[in-house]
Structure formats: C-alpha cells, structure tokens
Design a protein around this ligand. Structure first.
Ligand SMILES: Nc1nc2c(c(=O)[nH]1)N[C@H]1C(S)=C(S)[C@@H](COP(=O)(O)O)O[C@H]1N2
Ligand SMILES: [Mo]
Length: 224
C-alpha cells in the first residue's frame, strides 16, 4: 500500500472514531427507557435482517497457520493454542440475538465454537482475578467482568449460521457475549487477559459505558 493511501485510511479512521466519540458525548440514540430482560428487543433498538459490519476500518487477515490464541494474566495455567488445537477442544453451538449500540439488533444467530467456560476451566483464573480484557489482531481491546465472561452463553466462535465466520465479521475467531452490547464481542481475538484490575478498552475510554447492558440502555458512560 502506498504511503498516501495509508495516511488517507488513517485520516478516515480517526474521523470515524471521532464521530462515534461525539455520539457518546451527545448521548445519541438514548431513550432513557429500561426494559425487563424478558422483553426480547432492548430499548431504543430496531430489528434488522442483514448483518452490518462495524470495525475500526482495518480487517486483519490472519492465515490459519499463523493464528494463535493466548490466554494469560491472573491465571494458574497460561495457555496458547494453534488453530487445529483450538478447534479440537469440545465444541458448543448456541443461538443468540445481537444488540449493537448503534441501535440495530439481529435475532437468531447460530454460533459454533468453544464456550468461555471450557477455556476458563483450562487456564484456571486465580482467586483474585475479577476482570477480562480481550486483545484483538487489529489492536482493538474491550473489557468485561470475569463473571460475565464466565456466563453459560459466552462463546469463542468460528462459525455463524453454518458458515465459517467471515473475515469482516471477525473470523477466524471472535468472542460472542449475547447479554452485552456487541462492542464487547471482540472480533479477530488474539489474547484473553485475566486481570485483578479493570482495564477499560478502546470504546470504554472514548465515552462508551464500562459495562454495556442493552436492557438498562448502558450505551455511554454517564460521566462523558
Ligand atoms: N477487533 C474488533 N472487534 C470489534 C470491533 C472492532 O473494531 N475490532 N468493533 C466492535 C463493535 S463496535 C461492534 S458493533 C461489533 C460489530 O461486529 P460485526 O461487524 O460482526 O457486526 O464488533 C465489535 N468488535
Ligand atoms: Mo458497535
């Protein structure tokens, strides 16, 4: 890629990121409603049938032979997997809804992969580990409480509706955390860091809510 292109893409990216930061500052899309989790569509969301692509403008291409997943930090047993090692772990399938902070929701996504619980059982987080930080191949990061990562419906997924997850949607492997806004579901996952301290990620330091519960409409940090 020519230097000029790289500069242009850099400028486009930062424009996009600034725009989203401004949304957080303005509290855009907030309805101020709360909905019981028994309601399927969270407040302020509209249902879509397509699957929008959202990222920082870079979609890393990770050949499977070079792919690695690391799990480390506050754990008894730090581990890493090559692609075939990871896909040989016991697998789970699960159908979930997606709720993006930009107000679209997509129902009935069928995922296949390894459950977070399976991975947690292998690395054995230390008693003082309370948080998890996802680090992705595009340098994106996002944070969740360990308790939420350890929920029964959290997956490290390589397949969506029977197909390998495409590169634009985070393949080879992405995180899926159905109960939180989709920015917490890191695409192109590379490293799962267990931590005693909370470490806000890319959007969390740019005005997004630290937790991100769609039914409590936790789009943005109240302090922003
Ligand atoms: N690595 C990485 N993961 C990411 C992002 C990103 O930019 N990089 N964007 C997040 C946001 S804001 C959303 S809404 C979803 C979008 O996933 P999709 O493109 O598959 O719809 O991915 C999340 N995970
Ligand atoms: Mo998002």
């Amino acid at each position: 890629m020519a230097d000029d292109d790289a500069t242009l893409i850099g400028r486009l990216r930062s424009k996009l990121i600034d725009a989203k930061k401004k949304w957080a500052e303005d509290g855009r899309l907030l309805t101020g409603e709360e909905a019981p989790p028994t309601r399927r569509l969270p407040p302020g969301q509209r249902r879509v049938d397509n699957w929008p692509v959202l990222d920082l403008g870079v979609q890393p291409d990770i050949p499977l032979h070079a792919w690695r997943l690391f799990a480390d930090g506050a754990v008894e047993q730090p581990m890493s997997w090559k692609w075939g090692e990871f896909t040989d772990l016991p697998r789970t399938t699960l159908t979930t809804d997606i709720h993006c902070v930009t107000a679209w929701s997509r129902y009935d996504n069928r995922w296949e992969g390894v459950s977070a619980r399976e991975l947690i059982g292998r690395v054995k987080p230390k008693a003082e580990a309370r948080h998890v930080v996802f680090h992705s191949y595009d340098t994106y990061t996002t944070n969740v409480p360990l308790a939420d990562f350890a929920a029964a419906d959290v997956l490290l997924a390589w397949s969506w509706n029977g197909e390998p997850i495409s590169r634009e949607h985070g393949g080879p492997l992405r995180v899926v955390i159905p109960k939180l806004y989709f920015w917490k579901s890191a695409k192109w996952i590379k490293r799962i860091e267990f931590s005693t301290l909370d470490k806000p990620g890319f959007w969390e330091v740019r005005g997004y809510h630290n937790y991100g519960d769609p039914w409590r409409e936790q789009r943005y940090d109240e302090e922003a």
